[in-house]
Each structure stands twice: as C-alpha cells, then as structure tokens.
Design a protein around this ligand. Structure first.
Ligand code: 7RM
Length: 648
C-alpha cells in the first residue's frame, strides 16, 4: 500500500539536504563567513567587489529610518558593470547570450559589445539633454537594449525607472509623472507567445498624461508599423550612432541610481529609491556567494528586467561581477513547453534562478519536457518571489536539478534591494520550503505584536534590526509614508510585512504577507500552509487561499484550485481536498469553500493576487485589477464561486 499524500508531504518538508562535500570544497562561501564581523564584512566586500574612483572614508551612518553607506566614495555603476571588465582584458567575454522568442533569433553580446552599445546610447541621450540627475523612463521587453538603456543612464548619472512592459498606459504614465521623467526609452513592439505587444502605442497613450517627457527613443524590435511624433520621437538606430568617448560620470556613493515603483496598500505605487554604492556592493556580494558564480559560469536569472529581481540579479549584480548571463525574450511555453530546457542545454546554463510560480507551471506540464534535454550543466538552482511549497521544491530538485544541485530559496524585497535570507550553497543544510538563514551581517528576527522575539513554537512578523548596504533610501518624495509603512510598528526596526517562523535549527520559514495570514477561531493559519497542503494532493496543480468573514469562526477559508491536466472539479474532489487539508494541518484549516478554476489570477510577475481572491471570497466588488496578467481569469472565478458556493 502506498503512503497517503498527507504523510508524503510531512516527509517532504522534514527532508534535509546537507551540502555535498565536493560542492562545499569549491564554494565561494566557506563556513567562516558566518563568523565575520558585520563592519569588517561590508568594508572588505566594499573594497573587493567594486572599483572606486575615490575610496570611501566611512562605512555607514545610521540615522533611523535612513542609512547611508560607503560615505565619501565616488564610483559609477556602469563603469563597474562594463568598462572595467573591458579594461581588464575581458572584452571578448560574453555578457549576455540573448535568445529572442521567435525561434532561431540569437545574439551574443560581449562586454566590449555592451560597452560600444552603451556609449552610443549614452551619447544620444546626452544630445537629447540628459545629464547627471535627469530622470529617464524605460518601457521595454526582454531585449539586450533594456539593460543597455539602464547602463547608459547609469553612465551619465541619470536615474532611471524601468516600467515592466506588461503594465498599462495608466501605470506607465503614473510612474513617468511621479518621477517627472524627461525622456522615455521604449520599443516598437515586443514578442510574447508568438504575438506582438504594442509597447510604443501604449507609451503614446501614457505620454498624453505625462507632459514632462520631451523625447522618446524607440528601438526597432519587431519592425511593426508604429506612429512617430515629429520633434518628440526618435529611432534608436538613428540617434545611437556616435562612438565618441563618453566618460562615466563620477557619482557620489549616495547618488540616486534608480527608482522602482511597487504596489502598496493604496492605489498609488511607492517609488522605492536605490542609491549607487551600497546597492552595487550589496547585489554583487550576494550574487557572488549565494549563486557561487565562477569566472566562467553561465548564469540565468529568468525574471523580467522590469522587476527588482531583474535589476539586481540580471543587470547590476551579475554584470558587476563580470558574469556571463542568459537573457530570454519570451514565454516558457513558446513554441513548446520545453523552451527553457532547450535554452539551458544550448548555453550550458550552470545556475538557474526563477520563481515558484514558474516551477509549478513546469510541474503542471510534466517532467517529460525537461527530460527531452541534457540539463547536466546545471549545478545550482534558485527560487524567489514567494514561499515555495515543498512539493514544488522537491520537483525542482529532482526533475530540473537531477537531484545534485543545491537550491537557494532567497527571501528579499524591492525595498531590500538584495537577498537577505537564503541558504549559502556548500554550507547550509536546506529544507524544502525554508529560506533558512540571514545572509552574513543581516540581523533578521521574528517579533510578536509587542515586539518580543518569538521562539520556535510560534509565528510572527519578520523584522530587520540593522541596516544593510542595498536597503531602500526611502520612498520617493514620501517621507511620511516611508516611516508609516516600514518603521512605525517597532522602534528603529524595519517591518517587512511578511509573516515568518524560526524553527529549532534557527531556520526561517516565510509564511507570506501578513495581510495573508488568516485567523480562524483564534488560530493563526497562513494561506501558504493551506495552499501547500492542497498542492501536495496528487491531483492539484495550483492553489490559492483567501479568507472571508464568518460569524462564528471570525474568518473562513476559501480555496481556489486548479487541477492537473485541465480537469474539472467535482463534489467528490471537493470533499477529498477538504479532508486532505484537514489531515495535513488539522480540521481547523479545512476550507469552507473550494472553487475549481482553470487558472489563478496572477500579476504579470507571477504573484497570485490574493487580494482579488479575498474580494471574490467576500463577494465584494473587485479592487484594482490593472496589474493582472489576464483580467478574464478573475471574472471566470467569480462566476464559478457564485455557482459552487458550499456551506459546512
Ligand atoms: C524579490 C521580490 C517581495 C515579497 C516579500 C515576500 C515575497 C519574495 C520570497 C518571498 C517567501 C521567498 N521582491 N517573497 N521572496 N516569500 N520566500 N523566498 O520578490 O518586492 O516583488 O516582493 O515577495 O512576501 O515581501 S518583491
């Protein structure tokens, strides 16, 4: 007789994956790293990872809630990411293997190529009046010109804001207006799943409400017909032609590198501010140790450059370390579901960094797609963006990593700039579902409502008690909101907004956003726990959980479930899943309703929009749906929820 699924999951999260001695022997991170003293660590990393035009004179200054790092230092992020590698004789090294979505479209850019392209664009931007401090918007897909645009801005000292290519005209104009961007860099269209996305047309719509933008630089990508406004719009290939020397602007350590807008609890997104030196040292250092990157490694972060993961771990961290990366333009299932694995095989990818939602999609499609390809080049896997359920973790480990690759489950935020809680490969014994330990020098803890540290028995709020180099320098022009959002719960302590628990081995388990913690009859249950229990059932592909108000229990749990193989739900399956959750967590966690749906509502970065599911669960009018990847999904769910409502 086979073990019941419930028992299997208990075993999954109790599994231990100690480091392999061969990996440990060659790892960039050695156990002494945890003994290094905080100031010594960031001082020596600051000297080692980055080339300074002028050395820093003071490591940091902490005037809560603002920190400043590497004071007195002068540097340029573009110089560190591009020029210094060329100057050191590594101009012929590949910076990006780019793969377009249409099959057969490929381009390798060396560091020398990158330098040439960046200089050409920077010269063009200069002619358009971009100087140190001029805000520039970037609205592009996954083309090499997106990092090139970011680096050209950094070269001139012009802060950028990258707006994800899937965002609407309204989202784009809101960001351009807030930052008062003077120039926008975009492209005619982007490729996505075999069709084109009209970026320039959307940009035109946005620009009607963003009068600060005087010029638009347009990259020709698809060759589609797009309107150009005379006097305002110029083609990239017409203007980015000048190879004349374009020196890297010496920037102060604390000069603004970029703003990245992220949604908060109000309709207005927050402009997260990142400055130059601390950010660059933070992302380069974490990239070096956590991904165990070697001089000839091929590294692939499969995020979009429009998200912070793309900023820190496609562009600034890897390029600062002179790493060869992969950049892929399209979706994982175009033209077929093995596209990613063909890319891993073609470029001999060693390190793959992606999100749980992507892993679960691959899991749903089946491991036969990975089996079509030779994935033996892989030696390390990473996860980011949300808690990873143990079943997906183990699937990733076995079917992608061939059972031999350490997995780093990395916790961080747009606000933190760099990874803060993570295993170090070669040192940390990992557990499926746990992000394990604070990175060296990071002081993370779990607090209860009153600011007392919570022991292994309970959950609480994740806090950070000491500054770190890449931390946000505030919210753009919103001091009060900055204080209120992150610093008002506990004195001089950063409130991350995530629930967490620390186990007997001092390993951290992230439990999702605290607004996703449910309270059923006085029991705290995290949405992720219930989701994990559901996904552990052999027939479930994906699950999302939200709470609705209930007169007796306070809150009641509503689960949204996608079954494997596109199957429809049934009354029998509903009962089976409810009982499965009851078995796995306890009867208290049994969902009151289960809504079967072919898809879950997700943002374009793949995060499940639980807020919308809560609205559906509560039978309320839906909140803002503009960041949904597919707005139809939620309509479908609403219909199903109305017809499948059950009571127990
Ligand atoms: C990098 C990124 C931040 C939020 C954060 C968490 C969640 C991210 C993990 C995670 C559990 C992880 N930036 N989150 N990584 N939760 N384990 N490894 O995603 O600003 O877009 O989101 O994402 O809730 O607060 S983000």
């Amino acid at each position: 007789m086979s073990a019941s699924p419930a028992i299997e999951t208990i075993l999954l999260e109790e599994r231990r994956y100690p480091p392999h001695p061969d990996f440990a022997a060659q790892a960039n991170a050695q156990p002494e790293i945890y003994e290094r003293e905080f100031e010594e660590f960031w001082e020596s990393e600051g000297r080692e990872r980055v080339t300074w035009f002028e050395p820093f004179t003071k490591l940091y200054e902490w005037e809560p809630p603002y920190a400043r790092w590497y004071l007195g230092g002068k540097l340029n992020a573009c110089f560190n990411c591009v020029d210094r590698h060329v100057e050191a004789g590594r101009g012929d090294k590949v910076a990006y293997h780019w793969e377009g979505e249409p099959e057969g479209e490929r381009r390798d850019l060396t560091f020398a190529d990158l330098q040439r392209e960046v200089v050409r664009l920077a010269n063009a931007l200069k002619r358009l009046g971009v100087r140190k401090g001029t805000p520039v918007g970037i609205y592009m897909g996954m083309v090499p010109e997106a990092p090139i645009a970011m680096l050209a801005c950094a070269r001139l000292g012009a802060p950028h804001t990258v707006v994800f290519g899937g965002f609407s005209a309204d989202s784009l104009s809101g960001r351009l207006q807030d930052m008062e961007c003077e120039v926008l860099i975009t492209q005619d269209e982007a490729w996505r799943r075999g069709t084109t996305v009209p970026l320039k047309r959307t940009a035109d719509e946005a620009l009607a409400d963003a009068p600060s933008v005087r010029n638009v630089v347009v990259l020709r990508r698809t060759g589609g017909d797009v309107p150009m406004t005379g006097g305002r719009d110029v083609w990239w290939h017409d203007v980015a032609t000048e190879d004349a020397d374009c020196p890297c602007e010496p920037m102060d350590a604390e000069d603004l590198l970029y703003l990245l807008y992220t949604s908060g609890t109000t309709a207005k997104p927050k402009g997260i501010a990142h400055t130059t030196a601390g950010y660059l040292v933070g992302v380069a250092t974490t990239h070096h140790y956590i991904f165990d990157v070697k001089p000839d490694s091929v590294y692939w972060c499969a995020a979009d450059v429009g998200w912070v993961t793309g900023h820190s771990y496609i562009v600034y961290g890897p390029l600062c370390n002179g790493t060869t990366g992969v950049l892929y333009e399209g979706t994982p299932d175009f033209p077929d579901k093995d596209r990613w694995w063909s890319i891993v095989e073609r470029y001999g990818v060693e390190i793959l960094y992606t999100a749980p939602t992507a892993i679960r999609s691959h899991m749903k499609w089946g491991h036969e797609y990975a089996e079509r390809h030779d994935l033996s080049s892989l030696r390390l896997l990473g996860s980011v963006g949300e808690p990873i359920n143990p079943e997906a973790w183990v699937w990733y480990h076995e079917h992608v990593g061939g059972g031999r690759c350490p997995i780093v489950d990395t916790w961080w935020q747009t606000e933190t700039g760099m990874i803060l809680i993570t295993p170090l490969p070669g040192i940390t014994t990992t557990k499926p579902g746990s992000a394990t330990k604070p990175f060296p020098g990071v002081d993370a803890a779990v607090y209860d409502e009153d600011g007392n540290e919570v022991g292994p028995a309970g959950g609480g709020y994740l806090v950070l008690r000491r500054p770190w180099p890449a931390m946000l320098r505030g919210l753009y022009r919103e001091h009060d909101r900055y204080v209120e959002t992150y610093w008002s719960r506990y004195p001089d302590t950063y409130f991350a907004g995530d629930g967490a628990r620390i186990d007997e081995d001092d390993d951290f388990w992230l439990l999702g956003r605290v607004d996703d913690v449910m309270n059923v009859s006085g029991h705290r249950i995290s949405t992720i726990e219930v989701e994990s229990a559901l996904v552990d059932h052999g027939d479930v592909a994906e699950a999302a959980v939200a709470a609705r108000a209930d007169v007796t229990t306070g809150q009641a749990i509503v689960a949204y479930v996608t079954l494997k193989g596109g199957r429809d739900g049934s009354v029998e399956m509903l009962e089976e899943l409810r009982n499965h959750v009851a078995r796995k967590i306890g009867p208290i966690a049994k969902p009151a309703n289960i809504v079967f749906t072919p898809e879950l509502p997700k943002t374009r970065s793949g995060k499940i929009m639980r807020r919308l599911l809560r609205d559906v669960a509560e039978n309320r009018a839906l909140g803002d749906t503009t960041t949904l990847a597919d707005p139809m999904v939620v309509e479908e769910i609403k219909t199903r929820a109305a017809t499948e409502r059950t009571d127990d």
